[in-house]
Each structure stands twice: as structure tokens, then as C-alpha cells.
Write a protein that binds this ligand. Structure first.
Ligand SMILES: Cc1cc2nc3c(=O)[nH]c(=O)nc-3n(C[C@H](O)[C@H](O)[C@H](O)COP(=O)(O)O)c2cc1C
Length: 134
């Protein structure tokens, strides 16, 4: 069995803030047991808002068509065994950077970027079904 793959997204603009420190601890722990870790600092990336075009649910590839830095993250997510979202609490929820990222996860029924409980049934995946805790 190959190394587990972990994607960590940092949602704070503070590169050495609290959530970044925690994310780094998670990365170090995962790497210490042989996992391959990819870390993305969202604040430094071009991530546009989801424009709800629904192309990702209607085009042949089931992929997001917005050409920005999410196209760098999507392939990593498809390969990943785990996704870690490290966000500060801003106004009782995640940071704007994190929310942009999360909204852009609404893509692909067939090649879901994250596990969907209903994928086996080939039924529509809502965020709740995909991520459970959101
Ligand atoms: C715009 C903004 C909104 C915030 N809203 C909340 C909040 O609703 N609740 C809270 O407990 N802290 C809030 N905070 C404080 C941050 O959650 C806190 O400073 C946190 O440690 C920042 O995470 P970071 O160190 O990873 O950047 C807010 C901070 C900012 C800048």
C-alpha cells in the first residue's frame, strides 16, 4: 500500500497564526507516519467565488471550469485520502478565504473531490452529505 496522501488548506491570512501552527502540527504528525502532505496557503492564491454556473454538474468531465488556482488544488484533492481545513473563526464561521475554497468544492458527482456518502447510488451530493460536519 502506498503512502497516504493528505491535503491541508490554511485559511488564515496570518502565515504564522494559531490555525497555521495547528495545521503545521497536523502536517508534521502525518509526515512522521509516512504520509505525503500538500499544504496550500489560500490567502496567497487566486481563488474566485463559485459563480453557481453548474457546469461542474453538467459538463462531460464533471469539473469546475473556472480557471484559477483551484485547478492546482483539485488534482491533489482527487488523490487525497484526507482533507484538513485549518481556518480561524471569523464572525462565528470560517474565514472568507476558507469559504471561497469550500464553495468551490461543489463539483463533480462522478469524480467527487471528496467522499460522498451517496456517490455509490449516483445521486446528487449536497455539502452536508459530502462533508458531514458542515
Ligand atoms: C475579521 C475577524 C473576525 C473574527 N471573528 C471572531 C469570532 O467571531 N469569534 C472569535 O472567537 N474570534 C474571532 N476572531 C478572532 C480570531 O478567530 C482569532 O484571532 C484567531 O486566533 C485567528 O486565527 P489565526 O491566528 O489562525 O489567524 C476574529 C478575527 C478577525 C480578524
Amino acid at each position: 500500500m502506498g503512502a497516504k496522501k493528505v491535503v491541508i488548506v490554511k485559511g488564515s491570512p496570518r502565515m504564522e497564526g494559531n490555525s497555521a501552527i495547528l495545521a503545521d502540527r497536523v502536517a508534521a504528525g502525518a509526515e512522521s507516519v509516512g504520509a505525503k502532505v500538500d499544504v496550500f496557503y489560500l490567502h496567497g492564491m487566486d481563488i474566485q467565488p463559485c459563480d453557481a454556473c453548474e457546469a461542474c454538474h453538467t459538463n462531460v468531465e464533471d469539473e469546475c471550469i473556472v480557471e484559477d488556482d483551484m485547478q492546482v488544488i483539485y488534482p491533489k484533492l482527487r488523490e487525497a485520502d484526507a482533507l484538513v481545513i485549518a481556518s480561524p473563526v471569523y464572525w462565528f464561521t470560517v474565514s472568507a478565504q476558507t469559504k471561497l475554497f469550500m464553495d468551490r468544492l461543489r463539483t463533480s458527482r462522478r469524480q467527487s473531490v471528496a467522499t460522498c456518502a451517496r456517490r455509490e447510488e449516483n445521486r446528487h451530493c449536497s455539502h452536508l452529505w459530502r462533508y458531514g460536519s458542515f
